[in-house]
Write a protein that binds this ligand. Structure first.
Ligand SMILES: O=P(O)(O)OC[C@H]1O[C@H](O[C@H]2O[C@H](CO)[C@@H](O)[C@H](O)[C@H]2O)[C@H](O)[C@@H](O)[C@@H]1O
Ligand SMILES: O=c1ccn([C@@H]2O[C@H](COP(=O)(O)OP(=O)(O)O)[C@@H](O)[C@H]2O)c(=O)[nH]1
Length: 920
């Protein structure tokens, strides 16, 4: 889950990084060779207007050229016109807000806010905006005329009625998600009311997201990139993928993503995370936010966080940091415009003899405006000689004025400003000029340009573009930026700014003094750093990088899918089953026949039962299958005998416990197939280590089995569990047992230490021998179905039936023996008559196996009142898997040597039910 810049560090990424570097280079070459065309278009035109103005002859059809699989931006069409990928930008707010002037006449005004500013800087795409125009339009005439007016600006409206806006936008988005994502907690006063209205607001949120999805669906064309923005639309990726799973969907969050400890307080925490994960690529401003998101998915959903993102049953959602920027050229060029120059002149005259300090913020709790003003008051208090030499201009753009918290903030700020102006003002001048309104672009640029010190004191801020805009306009003045360490911008421009903790008003006051008295050389140095950053990390770069990565993520997902085995062809497996006469079903237990831990309504993190339990819906099917005389069922599990007895005692089947080291027909007693002289001297040392780690890892536990020990941390804090496991493995590999004859096998949430030679594959021939003998089988087994959630180490069971597969399983465990490194399977006596097959996953050919004499080479020990397996030497081929009659199937893992996949034990259950029904 690295930031873009770090991507090259991962070995796994080399393919992707290589591809992305190539695209980047193409893009740059393209841009420099066409710089005249592209910049020519903009020169002399106010880009903001340009971007919103529909261009003649630039209709959907002639501007969009489909290029299947191509990474689109920067490519050229054959006629050398630039190819511009169609981009559907979906955000709550359109870049323009509509004001109704008559029944069918509208005026459109620019919306304020960083998201709009940033996306206006994006020029490389054929972009369409889909969003809310900020106005309620209940009538058809109004909707039609507004749609038409917006179409000229390449905008497509989503019509939200007043009630939805109230519940979804004011309620769920701005009263719940916004404060929570900015670590402000729920509004203090109406916390209970908010908690009560949560459900209805969340329902409205989902409904609104669905409305956005409907509009996207209407306008979507194959090959488009759909880019969803912000916390308003966390449900959108899921809605879109439900429409069309092939849609390329990206989601970007403009606010911080808080620590998982904050996110987990949200009643809808899991739904929101799951919906976002439906996107192909998920982006954040900073590495920290991305890290928090992955951690929330790990801790709350129990999913696997990888350096790439979040993995759920083999599907990867890529998560990365894409710091936004601004269209810096737009600001730099604007400074030359006469209307800006006029403003500059006016401002200089107005504030002659005084240093200008500037704050530009939406009037929002997160911006820390009261804190800023209090710090300024403290500065004036402590530096009386500055009182008539400095002025603070605070632009506070009204925002979300229907939300009570925002209304309260307005009066609070007015009250503080009034008090300070009363305290330090004179008849002719006040120290704070506070404006409750927005400024137009030219006035804003002029203000930025005349400012000596910009003051950004956000308590939390996704990025904060004001700080970027200020820097872009300061190339002649080289003013100082005081920047909150809690703004995302601090992570990108930190070095050039004076970083402050806005909660510490003494520190901020000191920084004001430091900024006002900073020597020109230092100002210059700091400014140069900031300016370079702002002019190189532009909004355009940001969008291009995100879209390239989104395109590439989709390509990579396709590559991954190609490597992943297909789903179990259930109909075929059933048909072959019915046609065969001597069938063998080998079934795992854990995560194969058990109830999934994280079914809805059950919590993955809670210790329901430490002991595994058979899926309650399996009973009937299992009974039916077991009663079929043509079918032999073996449950082959790592669990001990007790667990298998308890769950399967009532069925007529074979039980193979501890990876097949113990075997029992349910009608008979346990016997052992354990190799003789199995060295178990290591057990006490390992037990000692496991006890140590269990004590220190809350909610972990270990099982002591006869041939292995398993430490399990699936109920523990996942991150801590992993760290502990790493530590444990280190110790096992290098500590006192490092020379013992053991395999240390790492599961996804477990560490298992086994005697060398204990694997399912190593046991299967002995088990088969016993079955053949006990059933007095005279005809070969002509159908094998082997389903399990087996560790890589145990996938050697597949190699038994398909000998060309690696016999040491998928993942070679680290094996230590006295005589050096040796794979456990070397103990397995050679097989007679390896089957001749055309390839590992081939369905051609036929598998044949002759069994070894289990009496030879692998003596069996008695245990309890068990008996020894007494298979005679079998020289005929017990396996005759003609054609396609071998079905190996991994459950819930995609990295496997099995031929097929099933997603979870629920799928196994439904398949076995179908099998049972078909055969009865
Ligand atoms: O649309 P509003 O409800 O009026 O709010 C305006 C926008 O505020 C937020 O902006 C964020 O995006 C900026 C650009 O990435 C970032 O610099 C800033 O830190 C964020 O606060 C909000 O996320 C947007 O959706 C709103 O449109
Ligand atoms: O009167 C104003 C004041 C500010 N802005 C713009 O609002 C954006 C604020 O973005 P920022 O990322 O700083 O914070 P946000 O408001 O998105 O949280 C900046 O692009 C400003 O140029 C504006 O359009 N008019």
């Amino acid at each position: 889950m690295p930031g873009n810049q770090d991507n090259g560090n991962s070995i796994h990424n080399s393919g992707r990084v290589g591809r992305l570097l190539k695209v980047r280079e193409q893009r740059r070459n393209f841009r420099s060779s066409h710089s005249n065309d592209l910049t020519g278009n903009h020169r002399g035109t106010e880009p903001c207007e340009y971007d919103l103005r529909a261009r003649e002859g630039d209709s959907l059809n002639n501007s969009y050229i489909e290029q299947e699989g191509a990474i689109a931006q920067g490519c050229e069409k054959p006629d050398a016109r630039p190819f511009r990928q169609r981009l559907l930008v979906v955000a709550n707010r359109l870049p323009v807000s509509a004001v109704r002037r008559g029944e069918d006449s509208w005026s459109l005004e620019m919306s304020a806010g960083g998201l709009v500013s940033a996306l206006l800087g994006v020029k490389e795409f054929e972009a369409r905006w889909i969003g809310w125009a900020g106005v309620n339009v209940p009538d058809e005439v109004g909707q039609k005329s507004l749609t038409k007016a917006l179409a000229e600006k390449r905008c497509i409206p989503v019509f939200l009625d007043e009630e939805i806006v109230h519940q979804y936008y004011n309620g769920y988005c701005n009263n719940i998600l916004w404060p929570l994502f900015h670590y402000l907690g729920l509004p203090q006063e109406d916390r209970i009311a908010t908690t009560r209205s949560f459900q209805s607001q969340f329902a409205a949120y989902k409904k609104a997201n669905q409305m956005f999805a409907d509009v996207v669906h209407q306008h979507y064309e194959e090959g488009d990139v759909v880019w969803c923005h912000d916390y308003h639309l966390m449900f959108l990726p899921k809605c879109l993928k439900e429409y069309n799973n092939n849609m390329k969907v990206g989601w970007f969050l403009h606010t911080p993503f808080p620590s998982s400890e904050i996110h987990r307080t949200l009643p809808s925490r899991s739904d929101l995370l799951r919906s976002v994960l439906a996107a192909d690529l998920v982006g954040f401003h900073t590495y920290d936010y991305a890290r928090h998101f992955v951690s929330a998915c790990t801790r709350i959903l129990g999913l696997e966080g990888t350096p790439e993102g979040v993995e759920d049953q083999g599907r990867l959602t890529r998560v990365a940091a894409f710091p936004i920027g601004i269209d810096s050229d737009r600001f730099i060029r604007a400074l030359e415009l006469p209307q800006v120059q006029d403003h500059i002149k006016e401002l200089k005259e107005r504030f002659a003899g005084r240093k200008v300090m500037l704050g530009v913020d939406r009037l929002d709790m997160i911006k820390g405006i009261p804190q800023k003003i209090l710090a300024f008051e403290k500065f004036l208090e402590e530096n009386s000689h500055w009182r008539d030499k400095v002025v603070l201009l605070q632009i506070a753009v009204p925002t979300r004025t229907d939300v009570p918290e925002y209304q309260k903030l307005t009066s609070q700020v007015h009250e503080i400003v009034g008090r300070i102006n009363g305290r330090f003002g004179t008849l002719t001048a006040v120290p704070i000029h506070h404006l409750d309104r927005s400024l137009d672009f030219y006035a804003l640029c002029a203000l930025y340009a005349v400012t000596d010190v910009a003051l950004v004191t956000s308590l939390r801020d996704g990025m904060n573009l004001v700080s970027y805009e200020f820097v872009a306009c300061q190339d002649s003045k080289k003013g100082v930026l005081i920047l909150s360490e809690f703004a995302g911008a601090a992570q990108s421009m930190g070095a050039g700014a004076i970083l402050v903790n806005p909660w510490n008003i003494t520190e901020v006051a000191d920084s004001i003094r430091q900024a006002l008295t900073m020597l020109p050389e230092e100002r210059e140095k700091r400014h140069r750093h900031n300016f370079l950053h702002v002019t190189t990390h532009t909004a355009q770069e940001w969008a291009e990088t995100f879209v390239s990565e989104l395109n590439d993520t989709v390509i990579e997902a396709q590559l991954r899918i190609r490597q992943v085995p297909p789903s179990l062809p259930e109909d075929n497996a059933i048909r072959c089953y019915l046609q065969s006469t001597n069938r063998l079903l080998i079934l795992g237990f854990n995560a194969t026949l058990t109830e999934p831990v994280d079914t809805p309504g059950r919590r993955a993190d809670q210790i329901k039962e430490m002991e595994l339990k058979l899926h309650p819906e399996l009973k009937e099917a299992l009974t039916a299958l077991c009663s079929d005389r043509k079918t032999t069922i073996v449950v082959l599990s790592g669990s001990d005998r007790k667990a298998l007895d308890k769950n399967f005692g009532e069925y007529d089947m074979w039980l193979a416990a501890e990876h097949g080291m113990f075997l029992r027909l349910t009608k008979g007693d346990w016997m052992t197939t354990m190799p003789e002289h199995l060295n178990m001297e290591w057990v006490d040392s390992v037990k000692h280590v496991f006890e140590y780690f269990t004590e220190r890892t809350p909610r972990s536990h270990f099982e002591l089995r006869e041939t292995s020990l398993v430490w399990n941390y699936k109920y523990a804090d996942i991150e801590f569990g992993r760290l502990q496991a790493k530590d444990m493995l280190q110790h096992l590999w290098t500590g006192p047992i490092s020379n013992a004859s053991v395999d240390v096998v790492q599961g996804s949430r477990s560490v298992e230490v086994r005697s060398v030679g204990v694997t399912k594959g190593a046991a299967i021939d002995r088990i088969l021998g016993e079955i053949v003998h006990s059933k007095s089988m005279t005809t070969p087994i002509d159908y094998v179905l082997c389903i399990g959630h087996f560790l890589g180490k145990d996938e050697d069971v597949y190699a038994f039936f398909e000998p060309e597969l690696p016999s040491d399983g998928l993942v070679a465990a680290r094996t230590k023996q006295n005589d050096g490194l040796k794979l456990p399977n070397e103990r397995r006596p050679p097989m007679k008559l390896p089957a001749s097959r055309s390839g590992p996953k081939s369905s051609q050919g036929k598998a044949q196996r002759a069994l070894i004499n289990p009496d030879k080479g692998t003596p069996n020990h008695c245990c309890g009142n068990s008996r020894r397996p007494s298979a005679e030497k079998i020289s005929w081929n017990v396996l005759d898997l003609k054609g396609d009659n071998y079905f190996s199937c991994a459950v819930g893992r995609t990295c496997t040597n099995a031929r097929y996949l099933l997603g979870s034990s629920d799928d196994v259950v439904s398949f076995l039910k179908r099998l049972a029904n078909a055969s009865t």
